[in-house]
Design a protein around this ligand. Structure first.
Ligand code: DAK
Length: 258
C-alpha cells in the first residue's frame, strides 16, 4: 500500500514507519493520523513484524497537531468527530513493541505520540516540548498525564505552563528518552535496539510491555499481582522452556513465539 504522508518499509523482523510531511514539519493532519492508524493496523497483523520503529525527519519527528486544520474547529467538532482519539487509543494499546527514533522538533501532539511509544532514542538535535499554551489551549493527547509521570510534577508544570522546550541531553537526564546519539546515528541506533527486542521471544516481549504499562494505571500491590500472573503464564510457553534449555546448553535460543 502507498501513503501520502508517511512511508513504510520492512527490514527483516522490523517495520519502519517514517512520518513524511516535510512542508509542515510532520504536523499531524487528519490524513496523516488516519494513514498512521492504517499502517499500524497492517503491521500489527503482519506476523513477520516483531518490532516497529516510528520516526520522522532529521528536522522534525513531528511539530504536533496541524494548527491550520484545528483553527476553525468547534468544540463539538473536536469532541464528536475528532480524528485524534483513535490514534492515541491505537498507539496506547498497541501489542507490539514500538521504538521511537526522534530528531529535531518533538512538540505538542508529536511529543504525546512519542510518549505513547515504548523506547525512545533521540538525536542530539532533538527538542521536546508541550507548546500548546502558546496557542491558547492545553495538551489534549495525554501530555499532562504522561509527561508528569515521566518527569515529575515540577518539570512537567514548567514545560506545560511556559511552553518551554528541552534539549536531548536534558530529556535523557529526566528519563524522557533512554539514549542520545549524534544526529547521523539516531535511526540506526533505534533499529539496533529494535532488532535486539525482535530477537527475544515475542510472547515475553508482549507480556513484559503489558506489565510495565500496568505500572502507570494501578497501585503497586495490584501491579505486582498482575506481573506474577503474566510470569506464571509464560511457563506455559514453549519459548520459556527453549530459553532456559538454550542457556544450559550454552547456545542461542530459537524462539518461535509459541
Ligand atoms: N501545524 C501546522 N503547520 C505547522 C506546524 C503545526 N503544528 N508546525 C509547523 N508548521 C508549518 C509552518 O506553518 C510552516 O509552514 P509555511 O508557513 O512554510 O507554510 C512550516 O511548517 C515550517 O515551520 P516554521 O517556518 O514555523 O519553522 P521554524 O523552524 O521557524 O519553527 C517550530 C519551527 C516547530 C518552532 C514552529 O513551526 C512552531 O512553533 N510550530 C508549532 C508548534 C506547536 O505549537 N505545536 C503544538 C500544536 S497543538 C488532541 C490530541 C492532541 C492535540 C490536540 C487534540 N485530542 C485527542 C483531542 C495536539 C495539539 C497540538 O499539538
Amino acid at each position: 500500500m502507498s501513503y501520502r504522508t508517511l512511508s513504510v518499509a520492512k527490514e527483516g523482523p522490523l517495520g519502519i514507519v517514517t512520518i513524511n510531511r516535510p512542508d509542515a514539519l510532520n504536523a499531524l493532519s487528519r490524513e496523516l493520523v488516519s494513514e498512521l492508524i492504517a499502517v499500524l493496523s497492517a503491521l500489527e497483523a503482519d506476523e513477520e513484524v516483531r518490532c516497529l520503529v516510528v520516526t520522522g525527519s532529521d528536522r522534525a519527528f513531528s511539530a504536533g497537531a496541524d494548527i491550520k486544520e484545528m483553527v476553525d474547529m468547534s468544540a463539538v467538532q473536536m469532541a464528536m468527530t475528532e480524528h485524534f482519539f483513535p490514534l492515541w487509543d491505537k498507539v496506547g494499546r498497541y501489542p507490539k513493541p514500538l521504538v521511537g527514533a526522534l530528531s529535531g522538533f518533538v512538540l505538542g501532539g508529536g511529543l504525546e505520540l512519542a510518549m505513547s511509544l515504548d523506547v525512545l532514542i533521540a538525536s542530539e538535535t532533538t527538542q521536546m516540548g508541550q507548546p500548546e499554551i502558546n496557542i491558547g489551549v492545553i495538551p489534549g493527547g495525554g501530555g499532562t498525564q504522561r509527561l508528569t509521570r515521566a518527569v515529575g510534577k515540577y518539570k512537567a508544570m514548567e514545560m506545560i505552563l511556559t511552553g518551554t522546550r528541552i534539549g536531548a541531553e536534558e530529556a535523557k537526564t529526566l528519563g524522557l528518552v533512554s539514549r542520545v546519539v549524534p544526529k547521523e546515528a539516531y535511526l540506526e541506533e533505534a533499529k539496533k535496539v529494535a532488532r535486539e527486542i525482535a530477537s527475544k521471544s515475542p510472547m515475553s516481549v508482549k507480556l513484559a510491555k503489558m506489565a510495565v504499562n500496568k505500572a502507570f494505571e494501578t497501585g503497586l500491590g495490584a501491579g505486582l499481582d498482575f506481573e506474577r500472573e503474566l510470569f506464571y503464564l509464560l511457563f506455559a510457553s514453549e519459548d520459556a522452556k527453549e530459553g532456559m534449555k538454550a542457556f544450559m546448553e550454552k547456545r542461542k535460543p530459537a524462539f518461535k513465539g509459541k
